[in-house]
Design a protein around this ligand. Structure first.
Ligand code: SF4
Length: 93
């Protein structure tokens, strides 16, 4: 069985560096809310830092919407699909 990293690595990502499709407030977060995202994002894009802030990198996003559902009123401030044919292209269905 393939590892998660191998499966995610099979995808192609067209990243729009000029316009993040997800914007978060990672500065003022409760640990409980932050851990929802750390544990819930299937791509592992959220990381709780030692200083209590939440780091996020939208570049490997799978556009599943899980973070929006989990913390859309607290941490995730903007969530939209990438524009202009950017975003993820799935290679394994
Ligand atoms: S949409 Fe899905 S893959 Fe993208 S950051 Fe949110 S939880 Fe992670």
């Amino acid at each position: 069985m393939k590892k998660l990293e191998e499966r995610l690595g099979a995808n192609k990502y067209y990243v729009d560096e000029t316009s993040p499709h997800i914007i978060i407030d990672g500065q003022h977060v409760s640990k409980e809310e932050a851990m929802k995202l750390v544990n819930g994002c299937p791509a592992g894009l959220y990381t709780l830092q030692d200083d209590g802030t939440l780091a996020f990198d939208f570049a490997g996003c799978l556009e599943c919407g899980t973070c929006r559902v989990l913390c859309g009123n607290s941490i995730v401030k903007t969530w939209k699909y990438p524009k202009n044919a950017k975003g993820v292209e799935f290679r394994q269905g």
